[in-house]
Design a protein around this ligand. Structure first.
Ligand code: NAD
Length: 253
C-alpha cells in the first residue's frame, strides 16, 4: 500500500461493475475508504465484498444518479460514515446504440442524457460544497473518446460525453483557486459488460473494436483505473480541466 492517499475517502459511482468496480478496488488497494455507489444492489455489494476480502475498507450505498434525493443522500451518507470526502469518480453511465441520428427516440435521448449528463452534474453539485468546506479535493468524471470526436450510430451518447467534458472543464475553471481539480477520463473500447453487450454478439464488431486501437487490442478496466488514480493524486497537482484519453492510440490516427 502506498501513502499517496493515506486517510482519504473516495466516492465511486457505477462501482458495481466494469470500470467503476476496478477503480473502486484500485483505490481501496491504495488504502482509501471507498464508498461504492450503484443502482445495481448485487453488483455494488459484490464490489464491497471484493474490497473487504482484499483487506480494504468500503461501504455500499444504493444510488440512482439520475435522482437528486438519492445523490444528496449518497454524499450525506459518505460524511456520516467516513467523516469526509476527498475524491469522487463520477463514472455511472449507459450506452444505447440507436442507429443514425434520425432513428433515435426521445426515450433513448432522455435515458442517456439522464444518466450520463444529469447524473454527473448532480454528483458534482453535491460533492463540490463538501470539497470546498474541506479546503480541496479532486473529481474525475468518465467521458469517452466519443466525447472528443464523432461516434456514428451513437450520436446521443457522443453528445452526452461531450457534455461531460463541458461540465468538467467549466467546474475546473470555477473551482481552480479553491484547491479543487476536476478532470475527465476518455476511454476508447474497454473490456466490460458494456462492451460485451455492444460488440461481443457480433464477431465482426469485436474484431473491428480491436482494430481501431493502434495497440491492436481493446483496453482493460485496470488501465482506466490507473489513469483515474493518477488524476486524483498529487502527481497531477497541476492538471485540471483536462480530458485524458485512455485509448490505445485511437485518437492519434
Ligand atoms: P458497465 O455497464 O460495465 O458498468 C456501469 C455501471 O453503472 C453498472 O454497474 C450500472 O449498474 C451502473 N449504472 C448505470 N446506470 C446507473 C445509474 N443511473 N445510477 C447509478 N449507477 C448506474 O459499464 P462500463 O463499461 O464500466 O462503463 C463505465 C463508464 O465508462 C460509463 O460512463 C461509460 O459510458 C464509460 N465508457 C465505457 C467504455 C467501454 O468501452 N466500456 C468506453 C468509454 C466510456
Amino acid at each position: 500500500m502506498s501513502m499517496r492517499f493515506s486517510g482519504k475517502v473516495v466516492v465511486v459511482t457505477g462501482a458495481g461493475a466494469g470500470i467503476g468496480r476496478a477503480t473502486a478496488m484500485a483505490f481501496a488497494a491504495e488504502g482509501l475508504k471507498v464508498v461504492v455507489a450503484d443502482l445495481d444492489v448485487s453488483g455494488g455489494e459484490g464490489t464491497v465484498e471484493l474490497i473487504r476480502a482484499a483487506g480494504g475498507t468500503s461501504v455500499f450505498v444504493p444510488c440512482n444518479v439520475t435522482l437528486e434525493a438519492q445523490v444528496r443522500q449518497l454524499m450525506a451518507q459518505t460524511i456520516s460514515t467516513y467523516g469526509r470526502l476527498d475524491y469522487a469518480f463520477n463514472n455511472a453511465g449507459i450506452e444505447i446504440e440507436h442507429g443514425r441520428l434520425a432513428d433515435g427516440t426521445q426515450d433513448e435521448f432522455d435515458a442517456i442524457m439522464g444518466v450520463n449528463v444529469k447524473g454527473v452534474w448532480l454528483c458534482m453539485k453535491y460533492q463540490l460544497p463538501l470539497l470546498l468546506a474541506q479546503g480541496g479535493g479532486a473529481i474525475v468524471n468518465t467521458a469517452s473518446v466519443a466525447g472528443l470526436g464523432a461516434a456514428p450510430k451513437m450520436s446521443i451518447y457522443s453528445a452526452s460525453k461531450h457534455a461531460v467534458i463541458g461540465l468538467t472543464k467549466s467546474a475546473a475553471i470555477e473551482y481552480a483557486k479553491k484547491g479543487i481539480r476536476v478532470n475527465a477520463v476518455c476511454p476508447a473500447v474497454i473490456d466490460t459488460d458494456m462492451f460485451r453487450r455492444a460488440y461481443e454478439a457480433d464477431p465482426k464488431k469485436a474484431e473491428y473494436a480491436a482494430a481501431i486501437h493502434p495497440v491492436g487490442r481493446i483496453g482493460k478496466v485496470e488501465e482506466v483505473a490507473s489513469a483515474v488514480l493518477y488524476l486524483c493524486s498529487d502527481d497531477a497537482a497541476f492538471t485540471t480541466g483536462h480530458a485524458l484519453a485512455v485509448d490505445g492510440g485511437a485518437l492519434a490516427i
